[in-house]
Design a protein around this ligand. Structure first.
Ligand SMILES: NC(=O)c1ccc[n+]([C@@H]2O[C@H](COP(=O)([O-])OP(=O)(O)OC[C@H]3O[C@@H](n4cnc5c(N)ncnc54)[C@H](O)[C@@H]3O)[C@@H](O)[C@H]2O)c1
Length: 325
């Protein structure tokens, strides 16, 4: 375990777009030191070597985990490799920040739970919006009771159509709507009992997906993602929670409005917030202090995956899917 003063020794698996986002932030930190990077693509490793001068750059994450002394790992490879790499890391008692989706399905994630139970390390699922100041404020407002009991939520996330090419091997439900699923779990604080999903405008990634998931308390949550926009100006991400005495709406990067007690209250969005940096702060603090309460845990991420699986099943069957308890 790192001492209170030594930098946390971090491995990074995956040096693509998001791995690079992590590495750029780690490079600016004095409380962490990147001691190795793995990526199956030698060109990605070469980019990182010249950008950050990391010495241990290997094409095999398992070999990196086995050969380089470290305290923690950030796993930002493609989803199909998450479980294998994370299980290996947990076997070496590393703490893992595991990018979403933590696995390609809930069934595939089962080994993670078993490995986490017997490891000295832990898994922090990389649901970065849990660390966005504006989302945290929205959830605080909901929890304060100002808008009453939650009876409805909706969340939308529209992306440009390059996503359909860049992430051709993964369903938009798992790639982007998984954020909205996690937000729905977080804001309602509830499990889900059923899901009905629809897709239009295309059969593959370049399409619009609309999911209605209903909590066990009966609150419908409309979750939408589209990968149909041409690169440029996109409608902002949007999260609305309706209670039985008011509502709160976050237009990401623009505004947070609360409608309660007969009036509208406006909050300016947090200035210069960096949720990924905040997530790293939290992860590194948890690595230093294993007794610290983590913002979310593996069972919560697995519940989200179960809902994502059910949404994909609903698309396949073209009907509502009931979730098992
Ligand atoms: N939290 C967020 O907002 C957010 C945003 C984007 C991506 N992500 C997640 O980050 C992960 C990576 O996404 P990305 O956009 O960087 O994708 P990417 O395709 O740009 O990068 C993935 C990298 O992983 C490497 N890789 C794949 N399989 C590997 C393996 N078995 N071992 C080692 N390297 C391997 C690839 O060569 C590639 O360089 C995904 O899980 C994605 O969902 C999260």
């Amino acid at each position: 375990m790192p001492t209170a003063y030594a930098p946390v020794r971090v491995l990074v698996a995956g040096a693509g777009a998001f791995g690079t986002e992590h590495l750029d932030r780690l490079a600016g930190r004095s409380d962490a030191k990147v001691v190795g990077v793995a990526d199956t693509d030698p060109a990605a490793l070469e980019r990182i070597r010249s950008r950050h001068g990391v010495v241990n750059c290997l094409t095999d994450p398992s070999r990196l985990i086995d050969s380089v002394e470290a305290d923690a790992i950030i796993i930002a490879t493609s989803a199909t490799s998450h479980v294998e790499i994370c299980v290996r890391a947990l076997g070496r008692n590393l703490c893992a920040l595991l990018e979403k989706p933590v696995a390609p399905s809930a069934a595939a994630a089962a080994p993670l739970l078993a490995s986490a139970r017997s490891s000295g390390g832990f898994v922090l699922p990389g649901h970065v919006l849990r660390f966005s100041q504006d989302h945290v404020r929205l959830v605080e407002i909901v929890r304060s009771g100002r808008i009453g009991e939650v009876i409805y939520a909706n969340s939308r996330r529209y992306r440009d159509d390059s996503h359909a090419v860049r992430y051709a091997d993964i369903d938009p439900v798992l790639m982007t709507l998984i954020h909205d699923i996690d937000l729905a779990q977080w804001v309602t604080g509830s499990d889900f009992r059923s899901v009905l999903a629809r897709r239009s405008g295309g059969t593959g990634g370049r399409s619009m997906t609309a999911v209605c998931a209903t909590t066990t308390t009966g609150a419908p949550c409309d979750l939408r993602t589209a990968w149909t926009f041409v690169d440029g100006d996109l409608p902002p991400d949007h999260l609305e929670v309706v209670g039985d005495r008011g509502s709160v709406v976050l237009i990401v990067g623009q505004a947070l409005h609360v409608y309660a007690e007969g009036r509208r209250t406006d909050y300016a969005p947090a200035a210069a917030d960096d949720p990924l940096r905040n997530e790293q702060d939290h992860f590194l603090a948890c690595v230093r202090d294993r007794s610290r309460a983590r913002a979310l845990d593996l069972p919560q991420a697995l519940a989200g995956l179960k809902l994502a699986d059910a949404a994909i099943e609903s698309l396949r069957l073209n009907r509502e899917v009931i979730l098992s308890a």
